[in-house]
Each structure stands twice: as structure tokens, then as C-alpha cells.
Design a protein around this ligand. Structure first.
Ligand code: ATP
Length: 137
């Protein structure tokens, strides 16, 4: 079954958007198979964002991720990776369509509230990074 790692990042938690994010995925008919409230370690964030190592926003990105706890979720269902990213909206919230989470609630790429896996390979890597097998039900 197709799976995606969805994070409500620290700013999304602070803004009180956890329920809103869950509601949108539930309404769409996707299945929640893992959920936790977690403070990521710096090593975990470096691994999570390994594709961005060397970019100018890498350090701010780690600082942003380290600044407080996030809610990590694994959602399952046909098309979840593509549909999940559509629910989140474009990475840069200025370009995100109204009706998407970022398009409705965010304005800055550096504080874009949520994360979603962007490929099956990334999803597998990210789910393994954030969850133990026995935490997925
Ligand atoms: P995420 O991986 O969080 O879902 P994404 O896959 O839509 O986001 P990526 O291009 O993988 O986007 O970037 C990862 C994260 O890095 C973004 O979510 C954002 O927080 C941050 N980021 C990306 N581009 C920029 C930028 N130009 N300036 C500041 N932060 C950025």
C-alpha cells in the first residue's frame, strides 16, 4: 500500500493547525496508520533534509526544525503521495493555491507549516526515519 510521511512542523503545531491537517486528510478518505508528537534531533533533521545539504537555506532549515516539537504522521492510500502534496500546496506558500493548507495558512517558504514525502523512495526513507515498524498499525 502506498504511504506518505506528513509532518505538521513546529510552526504548524504552534498555530494550532494539527486538527486542520488531520481533518483534510481524513476527509479525503486516506487512512492514518501512525501518529506521534516528537522533537526531532539535529541528526534526524540532517538526514531528513539530506537532499538540501549545501544549500543556503540548509542551516535555517535545521534551526526551524529544531525549534520545537512536530507532529509526524503516516498516511496510507492509493495516490497518497501525489494527493498529499496537492493537499499541502506548493513549497513556497506565495505560489500555493487557495484551498491548500499552505495557500490558506502560510506566507513564507521558511515557515511553510507542513511537509509531505515527494516520491515513493523518499516516503520509504522518511517513514523509516520517523517511525519504528511496530508504531505503524
Ligand atoms: P517539504 O519537504 O517540507 O514538504 P517541499 O518538499 O515542498 O517541502 P523542498 O524543496 O523539499 O520542499 O524543501 C524542503 C523545505 O525547505 C521546505 O519545506 C521549506 O521549509 C524549506 N525551503 C525550501 N526552499 C526554501 C527557500 N528558498 N527558502 C527557505 N526555505 C526553503
Amino acid at each position: 500500500r502506498e504511504r506518505s510521511l506528513i509532518l505538521v512542523k513546529h510552526d504548524g503545531v504552534q498555530r494550532g493547525l494539527v486538527g486542520e491537517v488531520i481533518r483534510r486528510f481524513e476527509n479525503r478518505g486516506f487512512k492514518l496508520i501512525g501518529l506521534k508528537y516528537v522533537q526531532a534531533t539535529r541528526a534526524q533533521l540532517e538526514s531528513h533534509y539530506e537532499d538540501h545539504k549545501g544549500k543556503d537555506f540548509f542551516e535555517p532549515l535545521l534551526a526551524y526544525g529544531s525549534s520545537g516539537p512536530a507532529v509526524a504522521m503516516v498516511w496510507e492510500g492509493h495516490g497518497i503521495i501525489t494527493a498529499g502534496r496537492a493537499i499541502l500546496g506548493a513549497t513556497d506558500p506565495i505560489k500555493a493555491q487557495p484551498g491548500t493548507i499552505r495557500g490558506d495558512y502560510a506566507t513564507a517558504a521558511g515557515r511553510n507549516l507542513v511537509h509531505g514525502s515527494d516520491s515513493e523512495k523518499a516516503a520509504k526513507r522518511e517513514v523509516d526515519l520517523w517511525f519504528k515498524a511496530e508504531e505503524l498499525l
